[in-house]
Ligand binder design. Structure first.
Ligand code: ISE
Length: 353
C-alpha cells in the first residue's frame, strides 16, 4: 500500500465524475466492534489504494486500543471524523440505530460511505437517505450487502439471468449461525440475519419483494430463553417467485448459508460445501465455517476493493446502494410485523426517485 495521500476533490458540477483521481483514499472506520475491527484490518493490510487513517467509536478505550494497534488516529466523536479534512471516505460499522444520522452527515460532507447493513433500522429513515442522495444527484453510499460479491451468488445470478433454466420458481434458503451475541432478540433474526436473504433475493432475481410471512415454530432448547429461534420466512417476488428461508441462529456447531434455485428447466445449489471435501478411511466430509467472517471473508475483501477502486477512479460506486438498503429495510419491517401477527404482509416501496 502506498503511503502518499492526497485529498479527494469533489467536483460539485458533475454528478457523473464525482471525484478527482487520487493516489490513496484516506478512510476512517466509525464503530470498531467486531465488524469494524475486521474492516479496519482489511483496509490497513489488504485493500489496495486505501489508507486507514482513523478509527472512531463511542467507547473511548476501545477506540484508543484499535487506533494504537493500527498506528492511526483515534477520533472519539464519530461526527468529527466525518467532517475531518484529512478523511476522504468513511466506513460505518456502528450499531444500526446510529446509521441514519451518520450517513446523512456524510452526505452533507459529500464523502463516499460504505455503510454496514442495515442502512437504517426503519423504512421511513432509509427513504429519507434515498431522497437526500437523489437531491445530491450522485451515488455516495454503498450498503454492506457483501453476499453480492461472493462467487457463488454471482454465478447463480448469472445463471438465472441467462435464461438457460427458464424462469425461476423457488429459492430455498437456509441461514444458520452457531450462536447469537448477548441480547439478540427475536426481531433481529429478521433485521440482522434474514436481511441478507432479502437482499440476495432481489440481487438474484432482479425483482422486488412484494409480500412476506414469518412463521415461528417451536424454539430450540439451545436458544437463549425467550428467543424465537428458529423462524421460517416466506417471501414473494413481483413475478411470483416463492422464497423460503429457514433462519436458525443457535445451531451450536457452525455457520452455514445455502441457497437452492428451482427453475422451470433446471436446479442449482450454492453454499453447501465451501472449501475442501475429503474422503479417506476416516470417512467423507468437509469443514464447517465457524462464522460469517470466515464464510464471507473473500466476499468482504472484494467488496472493499471494488468500493475503493470506484472512489479512487472517480466513478460512482456500483455496489448495492441506498435503494437496496431501503427495500431491505421495508421488507424486514414487514417481516417483523408478520412475526408478531402471524399474517402475510404486503410491501409497497412507492416510487423510486
Ligand atoms: C450478522 O450481523 C451478519 O450480518 C451475518 O452475515 C449473519 O449471518 C448473522 O446472522 C448476523 O447476525
Amino acid at each position: 500500500m502506498t503511503s502518499t495521500s492526497s485529498t479527494l476533490v469533489l467536483d460539485p458540477d458533475s454528478a457523473r465524475q464525482g471525484y478527482d483521481r487520487a493516489e490513496t483514499v484516506r478512510v476512517a472506520v466509525l464503530g470498531v466492534g467486531m465488524m469494524g475491527q475486521d474492516h479496519a484490518r482489511r483496509l490497513a493490510t489488504l485493500t489496495a489504494g486505501a489508507e486507514l487513517v482513523a478509527v472512531s467509536d463511542v467507547d473511548v478505550a476501545r477506540t484508543d486500543a484499535v487506533a494504537k494497534e493500527f498506528g492511526v488516529r483515534a477520533i472519539h466523536d464519530p461526527k468529527a471524523a466525518i467532517t475531518d479534512p484529512e478523511v476522504d471516505a468513511l466506513v460505518i460499522a456502528t450499531p444500526g440505530f446510529t446509521h441514519e444520522e451518520l450517513v446523512l452527515l456524510a452526505l452533507d460532507a459529500g464523502k463516499p460511505v460504505l455503510c454496514e447493513k442495515p442502512l437504517t433500522t426503519s423504512a421511513q429513515t432509509s427513504r429519507r437517505i434515498v431522497e437526500k442522495e437523489a437531491e445530491l444527484g450522485r451515488r455516495l453510499v454503498q450498503v454492506g450487502f457483501m453476499r453480492r460479491f461472493d462467487a457463488g451468488y454471482q454465478q447463480l445470478r448469472a445463471l438465472i439471468a441467462s435464461g438457460e433454466y427458464g424462469a425461476p420458481l423457488f429459492l430455498h434458503c437456509a441461514h444458520r449461525n452457531a450462536t447469537t451475541p448477548p441480547n439478540f432478540n427475536s426481531e433481529q433474526l429478521m433485521l440482522d440475519s434474514v436481511v441478507h436473504e432479502v437482499d440476495a433475493t432481489r440481487f438474484l432475481t432482479g425483482e422486488e419483494i412484494v409480500a412476506i410471512r414469518v412463521i415461528a415454530p417451536r424454539s430450540s432448547t439451545q436458544a437463549p430463553e425467550g428467543l424465537r429461534d428458529p423462524q421460517f420466512v416466506i417471501m414473494e417476488t413481483e413475478s411470483g417467485v416463492l422464497v423460503d428461508v429457514e433462519i436458525f441462529v443457535n445451531t451450536t456447531f457452525g455457520y452455514e448459508v445455502r441457497t437452492e434455485l428451482v427453475a422451470e428447466k433446471g436446479q442449482a445449489r450454492i453454499g453447501q460445501h465451501e472449501g475442501i471435501v475429503t474422503q479417506s478411511a476416516a470417512g467423507w466430509g468437509g469443514s464447517i465455517a465457524k462464522d460469517f467472517k470466515e464464510r464471507f471473508g473473500a466476499a468482504y475483501d472484494i467488496e472493499f476493493q471494488r468500493w475503493i477502486d470506484a472512489v479512487r477512479d472517480g466513478s460512482n460506486v456500483d455496489g448495492p446502494g441506498v435503494w437496496d438498503g431501503y427495500a431491505a429495510a421495508a421488507v424486514c419491517e414487514a417481516g417483523v410485523r408478520s412475526l408478531h401477527t402471524g399474517e402475510r404482509v404486503e410491501i409497497d416501496l412507492g416510487p423510486r426517485p
